[in-house]
Design a binder for this molecule. Sequence first.
Ligand SMILES: C=C1C[C@]23C[C@H]1CC[C@H]2[C@@]12CCC[C@@](C)(C(=O)O1)[C@H]2[C@@H]3C(=O)O
Ligand SMILES: O=C(O)CCC(=O)C(=O)O
Ligand SMILES: [Fe+2]
Length: 372
Amino acid sequence: MPSRSVLLSEAFKSHPVHLHHKHADFSSLQELPDSYAWNQPDDHPSDRSIFASKSIPVVDLNDPNALKLIGHACKTWGVFQVTNHGISTELLDDIESAGRSLFSLPLQQKLKAARSPDGVSGYGVARISSFFPKLMWSEGFTIVGSPVDHFRQLWPQDYSKFCDVIEEYEAEVKRLAGRLMWLMLGSLGISRADIKWAGPKGNFKGASAALQLNSYPACPDPDRAMGLAAHTDSTLLTILYQNSTSGLQVLREGTGWVTVPPIHGAFVVNVGDLLHILSNGLYPSVLHRAVVNRTRHRLSIAYLYGPPSSVKISPLPRLVGPGQPPLYRPITWTEYLGTKAKHFNKALSSVRVFSPVNGLADVTDHNTVKVN
Ligand SMILES: C=C1C[C@]23C[C@H]1CC[C@H]2[C@@]12CCC[C@@](C)(C(=O)O1)[C@H]2[C@@H]3C(=O)O
Ligand SMILES: O=C(O)CCC(=O)C(=O)O
Ligand SMILES: [Fe+2]
């Protein structure tokens, strides 16, 4: 561990986003305001692809072949769903209803817990909003560390029961994340000895994470609106719970946008940018987005899981060799979040090592134009 550890919550100190004037009271909007109309013909939610014939793999964690199935899903899709993961449907119901209570508070109340421009936690629009000229039809609440201060502002009387649900959910999903890490890495031949930062018990005790509650209100003109614009996650992996309303889509090369159908009690697990780096490019970090719905409110809860914040992540030595040079330079999670805040979807290529073979430019050559 480096002596000076930079917390995840510090990641955006040098990349503040000022979006406060953009909070909307969706329930009062009967028509889609122009500021929410994403009418680019080639990246339009209305090209939402059918439940494609080849669909996202579903893996039962009790299946003796789970390791192999997960490895295959990670290589080919970068995303899969898991069932029999050990987290009770009661806890899922509890976290969903906590999310619902939060987003159904009056806007003025939610704004009391607004995310500060250089902070990570609190209520607000997606951080990536600053890269797009149009607004997204969603609101979010990010939790890093204890939610108690913000929850006290939201629910001065009964914040503690909501804190308990969040804490219980985080503890359970953290355990699942550690288990999934070993399955995802195990199928690449990686074992405990290869990842020192997983700790002596191999339980990734020092891992960092953010919990992102996303709310997508019913929308008067869903075909022209965008819930959450296409992005990859800056994580090792993300564990997503979605309610029974569909909306999540992943981009599959050669197919287009594929809807991830909600399965009651299941989680969607996707590879993030840091696992792509760790796997030396073997696992793709999947591009995904959320579209919205005319009649139904949609809720999703993403557990964005990463390494201890100051551990340098680089391609695993076991996956590097004479024919497989390391494709990425070492970077900490906190540094990567800063890079993402600056370069957005070009962040990953900005970490890519210069090579005369792949012809990619070094990070110093990277200039991304930010649309505000
Ligand atoms: C630990 C994370 C990961 C963050 C930033 C920070 C807290 C919130 C996460 C998200 C959640 C919503 C999509 C995203 C793209 C966004 O705008 O905020 C994510 C982003 C990332 O994966 O880069
Ligand atoms: O709402 C969804 O299904 C997607 C959420 C997401 O991609 C995220 O929070 O990173
Ligand atoms: Fe995401």
